[in-house]
Write a protein that binds this ligand. Structure first.
Ligand code: GLN
Length: 294
């Protein structure tokens, strides 16, 4: 689209093909999908509709908007930050730059908590989500139970103001009234007892950071990614204190990375917790640890 002379008509098809090629040369993964998402966003339509309007010419304002976004995406700036949204658990979530982008793996954590709640005959739950980020965990769990008899009170905490604002926006978007969002560095501003404590804490080790995609390495907040030298810092901190905040038969649910499973299994022995369940994700990687008190 660079040397466009004023007489050339650019249809949706032309722009889609051009953008896809451009992304290919910039090593953007899934170039066509990225092109479709950006063009659909600017034209305020679905990806499907692009194909129904394939021969529609774009006006210069639309082309300029698309150009700006694709230039930025070509620097490997994450698509979700550009669009300001992401999908998780079948729902739309707003995503601010400065907050970790929801990952599909975290759906396993959400599912694990939901099935645990369903297994019991308890109707009232008090749940803490540590490092809530965009708020996907409490919001997805709350929405699942919304029309059921089960009542859940969530406390969603984060140390980052940007995360707290983002979680509030998502909580408003999804009209969840059972989630209290509060600033706290781990348990610092927390009192009371919970039936479940959930966390998908930062768990990337120093060595792993270099192997991550540019999108993650350069643009997602380090504070949401890095978990100390071995990536286990926050698990240790939470394990250290969680027993004071859990009811006797309470559960702790962690998202983990498969590479940490063995180390964590060993480390947990030093704390007052035992492993109740280890759940794999769809790629057959260990992804969730469910713990109870010894
Ligand atoms: N709990 C949030 C999520 O799962 C944020 C996690 C994080 O920032 N490490 O997306």
């Amino acid at each position: 689209m660079k040397n466009q002379n004023t007489h050339k008509i650019w249809t949706i098809k032309d722009v889609l093909l051009w953008t896809t090629r451009y992304f290919e040369t910039k090593n953007i993964q899934s170039p066509q999908l990225n092109a479709e998402m950006i063009i659909a966003k600017v034209l305020n339509c679905s990806r499907m509709e692009l194909y129904l309007k394939f021969d529609k010419p774009l006006n210069p304002i639309e082309r300029e908007k698309i150009r700006k976004l694709l230039k930025k995406r070509a620097t490997h700036y994450p698509l979700q930050y550009l669009l300001g949204e992401s999908e998780f658990y079948g729902y739309k979530f707003l995503v601010n730059a400065g907050v970790m982008i929801p990952r599909p793996e975290t759906e396993i954590l959400v599912d694990s908590v939901i099935s645990y709640i369903k297994q019991t005959n308890k109707n009232n739950w008090n749940i803490l989500d540590i490092g809530t980020g965009t708020g996907i965990i409490p919001i997805s769990i709350s929405k699942y139970f919304i029309s059921k008899e089960i009542k859940i009170h969530f406390l969603a905490i984060d140390i980052s103001e940007t995360a707290l604002e983002n979680a509030k926006k998502n909580s408003e978007l999804h009209k969840t009234q059972n989630i209290k969002i509060k600033k706290s560095n781990l348990f610092e501003n927390i009192s009371g007892k919970f039936d479940i404590i959930i966390s998908n804490p930062p768990y990337i080790s120093e060595n792993e950071l270099n192997n991550l995609q540019d999108e993650v390495k350069y643009f997602e907040p380090k504070s949401a990614l890095l978990g100390g030298k071995k990536g286990l810092k926050y698990y240790h901190k939470i394990l250290q204190e969680a027993e004071k905040y859990l009811n006797e038969d309470g559960r702790l649910f962690f998202e983990i990375s498969a590479t940490q499973k063995n180390n964590l299994e060993k480390d947990i022995k030093a704390f007052n917790f035992k492993i109740i369940d280890i759940i794999k994700d769809y790629n057959d990687f260990y992804r969730v640890l469910a713990l109870g008190m010894k």
